[in-house]
Write a protein that binds this ligand. Structure first.
Ligand code: MRU
Length: 341
């Protein structure tokens, strides 16, 4: 199953707000429909919103053919639908650069981006599984946060793709999925994906992770990223930083798995990243029922920054960067040469 695809001149997505109760396919035929789907997290996860952005520009090219101003404004709406994951702006730019060639050239580039994400998931799975086995031995117990599976990409996933690969190899004991308040990407989506894959798992409240690590019930933390900065700082779903602190205190590896399309060498550190604030309302109710007293306020950063000093290794679709051994991110060169950062 593909989370997102181009089908008969429109974008089709699995509506992630309906899971796990219902597998509903949404057809998005206009730029406004696509932007709204990204904003309300019907499609979410850094690589998936990158592909959504690419398709959004392809849609705009058709919708606003011959209307330069309308097209520029539409591309901008897609680019800014969410601010934190670098994949969105980057993929939008790649397709926007092809707009002078017309709608077909734009669509061609968007489809290329989709295919690249599919390929990179397979490579991350293999590299990540090898690394986990080398660090943790046979059949480790892993903890993950948020959702980094097929739903967050196109197929496969990033960190969760590593878990799927380990399971295929018979080299995974089981997973803890932290529930990921307030929108429950872990409880709703990761649990759904792990169950479908036949991987034994338990859902834990977000605050339980560091204690489970301290009690020796977790051998490594593995999760995705929305942006990896030039110094190795990792921007990911809020709660990631607390899990990194827990992993450091427990002396277990903290592993980040993300495609090269999430590595942003133009952003020097996490301090420079625009962290999406999703507003108080999401925090102040649970499944539609108010969970705070009247008059309460809330703060709702959707992401946090884990300093590079807490990261054991970053696995991309091309390489493993051992930050714990002093390796720097640098620029990936197809010939395998590292330059910079
Ligand atoms: O707000 P979301 O659900 O889009 O946030 C997603 C995450 O933080 C994921 O952990 C991240 O994108 C990695 S997914 C491959």
């Amino acid at each position: 199953m593909r989370t997102i695809d181009w089908v008969d001149d429109a974008v089709e997505i699995v509506d992630q707000t309906a899971l796990p109760g219902e597998t509903r396919i949404l057809r998005l035929s206009t730029v406004d429909e696509l932007v709204e789907a990204v904003r309300r997290l019907a499609v979410r996860g850094a690589p998936a919103i990158g592909v959504a952005g690419a398709f959004g520009v392809a849609l705009a090219a058709r919708q606003f053919a011959g209307d330069g101003d309308g097209l520029a404004a539409a591309v901008d709406r897609v680019r800014t639908a969410r601010p934190t994951a670098v994949n969105l702006a980057r993929c939008v730019q790649r397709v926007a650069d092809r707009l002078p060639g017309g709608p077909d050239a734009a669509l061609e580039e968007a489809l290329r981006i989709r295919d690249e994400e599919i390929d990179s998931a397979e490579r991350m799975a293999r590299l990540g599984a090898d690394l986990v086995t080398s660090l943790c031995g046979e059949r480790p117990r892993l903890l993950t946060h948020c959702n980094s599976g097929a739903l967050a990409t196109v197929t496969g996933g990033t960190a969760l793709a590593v878990a799927f690969e380990l399971h295929r190899r018979g080299a995974l004991a089981g997973m803890v999925a932290s529930e990921t308040r307030p929108l429950l990407q872990g409880a709703r989506l990761t649990a759904w994906e792990l169950g479908r894959a036949g991987i034994p798992y338990r859902v834990a409240v977000d605050g339980a992770g560091p204690f489970l690590m301290a009690r020796g019930e977790v051998d490594a933390v593995i999760l995705g990223a929305d942006r990896i900065c030039a110094n190795g700082d990792v921007v990911n779903k809020v709660g990631t930083y607390a899990h990194a602190l827990g992993a450091r205190a427990a002396g277990i590896p903290f592993l980040v798995v993300a495609p090269e399309s999430t590595v942003d060498l133009d952003t020097p550190s996490g301090d420079a990243v625009d962290i999406e604030d999703r507003g108080a309302a999401e925090v102040m109710s649970f499944q539609g029922v108010a969970s705070v007293p009247e008059g309460a306020d809330a703060v709702n950063p959707a992401f946090d920054v884990t300093p590079h000093s807490l990261v054991t290794a970053i696995v991309t679709d091309r390489r493993v960067i051992r930050l714990d051994e002093g390796e720097a991110l640098g620029r990936y060169e197809p010939v395998g040469r590292r330059v910079g950062p």
